[in-house]
Design a binder for this molecule. Structure first.
Ligand SMILES: NCCC[C@H](NC(=O)CCC(=O)O)C(=O)O
Ligand SMILES: NC(=O)OP(=O)(O)O
Length: 312
């Protein structure tokens, strides 16, 4: 594999899940594969899990990770083509990506959307510019429209915790104080569409995700109806896609409670706002898989890095 920027880069999710389980059972088995190879992690936004689990994955493979917070610490990067750079940006992505490629064998990038300009966000300017101007493979650590390391993690976690051949999985919108990206929900949706699960999305009117992502996945505007017989309830807030980046008024209460989910397993990518997105009683119960998901981030990242290293 050259780059990992989307769930679409997974050619066979079931074989990837099997391989991730093998890595989890024996994480240091490929300690020689990444020897003398450098992974550069570039963060345009905050992170706890991705920052640490991706470094941990690199270390497990014998790689040397180096990390940079781009926003604030690096020179402001210009992405425009042909721009007269007489403003605040000091260097162009053409040089920046080429220079980082001199130091790194793989570059991982986190770059969230603006949530103000749909067309610009969907162009994935930052991630795609790295793909275009870097001379080494690029991994998304959450971009404007996707979080494929998280989606892969979630697929692994569901496979590990499923007691049925075809479990029912619900992706449910939940409230938040801020306007958040669609990336996690998009990648989770794409991952579930590749798996043998009964998958439905529950969200209020006005919060339908990009139809090019949801395709024929059923979208239900009644949370109670969607949760019926659910085995997994994956929760995430996202801002409106139709009224791009807006937080709309919502009639019903969409916070996840123990009463609502019953015996279903609870999943969330974290960080999560307690008692806004989900009540304490769920997060603090045995039904919550959130810490196991965070653990699996390491093995998902390790699988992706392994596949790239094997093809270097
Ligand atoms: N990487 C996991 C989620 C990242 C981001 N969440 C956030 O920005 C939460 C911020 C807050 O709760 O203030 C998102 O939704 O895409
Ligand atoms: N789930 C996740 O990506 O967490 P971070 O934003 O902390 O990396």
């Amino acid at each position: 594999m050259k780059h990992y920027t989307s769930i679409n880069d997974i050619e066979n999710i079931n074989s990837w899940i099997d391989e991730a389980k093998e890595i989890k059972a024996n994480p240091l088995a490929n300690k020689e594969l990444g020897k003398n190879k450098t992974l550069g992690l570039l963060f345009f936004n905050s992170s706890l899990r991705t920052r640490l689990s991706t470094q941990k994955a690199a270390l497990n493979l014998g790689m040397d990770p180096i990390v940079m917070n781009v926003s604030g610490d690096a020179w402001g990067i210009e992405f425009g083509d042909g721009t007269i750079m007489n403003g605040n940006t000091a260097e162009h992505i053409k040089e920046a990506a080429a220079v980082v490629s001199q130091y790194c064998d793989i570059i991982a990038v986190r770059a969230f959307p603006s949530l103000t300009d749909k067309e610009k966000d969907e162009s994935e300017q930052i991630l795609n510019s790295f793909v275009k101007f870097a001379s080494v493979p690029v991994v998304s650590m959450e971009s404007a429209t996707g979080h494929p390391l998280q989606g892969l993690t979630d697929a692994i976690t569901i496979a590990e915790n499923s007691t049925k051949k075809k479990p029912k999985v619900v992706l449910s919108w939940a409230p938040h104080v801020k306007a958040l990206p669609h990336a996690v929900a998009n990648s989770f949706t794409q991952a579930m569409q590749k798996m043998d699960v009964e998958f439905v999305i529950a969200n209020p009117e006005g919060y339908n995700l990009n139809p090019e992502i949801t395709k024929d996945t059923p979208i239900i505007h009644n949370q109670e109806e969607a949760f019926k017989d659910a085995d997994f309830v994956y929760t995430k807030n996202w801002s409106s896609y139709e009224n791009y980046g807006q937080n709309l008024e919502v009639d019903a209460n969409w916070t996840i409670t123990k009463d609502k989910i019953g015996d279903a397993k609870f999943m969330h990518c974290l960080p999560v706002r307690r008692n806004v997105v989900v009540e304490d009683a769920v997060l603090d119960s045995d039904s919550s898989l959130v810490i196991e998901q965070a653990n699996n981030r390491t093995y998902a990242a390790q699988l992706v890095l392994k596949k790239i290293l094997e093809d270097l």
